[in-house]
Ligand binder design. Structure first.
Ligand code: HEM
Length: 221
C-alpha cells in the first residue's frame, strides 16, 4: 500500500474510533446522557472497547481467508484505541461511579465476578499496549512478542464473559460478540491446524502463511 493510502486509511480509522468519544462529549454538553448518565457512559465506553478488540482480532483472519495484508498495519492502532477506551471505561467506574471509595471498590472487585473478569482483562491488556511498539517487539524477540500478543484472544474472551455476566436477561448482544469471537478464534485454529499439516487446503482458499506475512505480524505501525 502506498504511503498516502496508508495515511488516509489510518485517518479514517482515527475518525471512526474517536466518534463514540465525541458522541459522549456531545451528549454530555447537551444534557443528552439520559436518566442514568454514569451507566450510559460506562456502557458506551465498554461497548466500544469490545468492538475495537474484536476489530483488531479480525485482521489476521481476514488475511488468512482473503490473502490480503494491507489491513495488518491497523492492528496496533486498533489495539491501542481498545486500551484507551478500556482505561476510560475503568476511570468512569472508579472515579465517577465510586469516587475512589477504596472501601467499596476492593470488595466489588473481589465479590462481583463480572468486575473481577473486567479487571483481569484490563490488567492483561496493559502489557500488550506497553509492548506494542516496533522497538519493544525487537527487544522481546519475534517469538516472545507473538506469544505475548496472543493473549488478546483471552482478553476478548474475558471481555465477552464480563458482558455476559453483567447483562440483564433478554439482551442478546453479548451472544453476538461471543459468536464473532468464536468464528475469529476458529479461523485461527483452523489455520494453525492447516499449517501443522493436519488439514487439507480447500479449493476456494487463497490466503496462507508466509515468512513475509509473519514479518507483517511483527510490524506494529
Ligand atoms: C477489556 C476490558 C473491558 C471490556 C471489553 C468491557 C466491556 C464492557 C461491556 C461490553 C459492557 C456492557 C455495555 C452495555 O451494556 O451496552 C460493560 C459494562 C460495564 N463494565 Fe466493563 N469492560 C471492561 C473492563 C471493565 C473494568 C476493568 C471494569 C471495572 C473494574 C468494568 C466495569 C463495568 C461496569 C460496572 C459495567 C456496567 C455499567 C452499567 O450497566 O451501568 N469493565 N463493560
Amino acid at each position: 500500500m502506498s504511503r498516502r493510502a496508508c495515511i488516509s486509511l489510518k485517518s479514517v480509522v482515527w475518525g471512526i474510533a474517536l466518534s463514540p468519544l465525541l458522541l459522549l462529549l456531545y451528549r454530555f454538553l447537551t444534557n443528552g446522557l439520559g436518566a442514568n448518565p454514569i451507566s450510559y457512559a460506562t456502557n458506551l465506553l465498554g461497548d466500544t472497547t469490545l468492538r475495537l478488540l474484536l476489530a483488531s482480532l479480525a485482521l489476521t483472519p481476514l488475511r488468512i481467508l482473503l490473502g490480503i495484508s494491507w489491513q495488518m498495519s491497523l492492528r496496533r492502532l486498533l489495539g491501542l484505541f481498545a486500551f484507551f477506551y478500556a482505561c476510560l471505561h475503568f476511570t468512569v467506574w472508579i472515579a465517577v461511579d465510586h469516587f475512589f471509595e477504596w472501601g467499596e471498590l476492593i470488595p466489588d472487585i473481589v465479590k462481583r465476578p463480572y468486575i473481577t473478569v473486567g479487571m483481569l482483562a484490563l490488567t492483561l491488556l496493559t502489557p500488550l499496549a506497553v509492548t506494542s511498539t516496533s522497538g519493544m517487539a525487537k527487544r522481546l524477540g519475534g517469538r516472545n512478542w507473538r506469544q505475548l500478543h496472543r493473549l488478546v484472544y483471552l482478553i476478548g474472551l474475558l471481555g465477552v464473559l464480563h458482558y455476559l455476566w453483567l447483562v440483564k436477561k433478554g439482551v442478546n448482544d453479548p451472544y453476538l460478540y461471543a459468536a464473532i469471537l468464536a468464528v475469529l478464534l476458529g479461523i485461527r485454529l483452523w489455520d494453525w491446524a492447516r499449517r501443522e499439516g493436519w488439514l487439507g487446503r480447500p479449493a476456494w482458499f487463497r490466503g496462507g502463511y508466509s515468512p513475509a506475512r509473519a514479518a507483517d505480524d511483527m510490524r506494529g505501525d
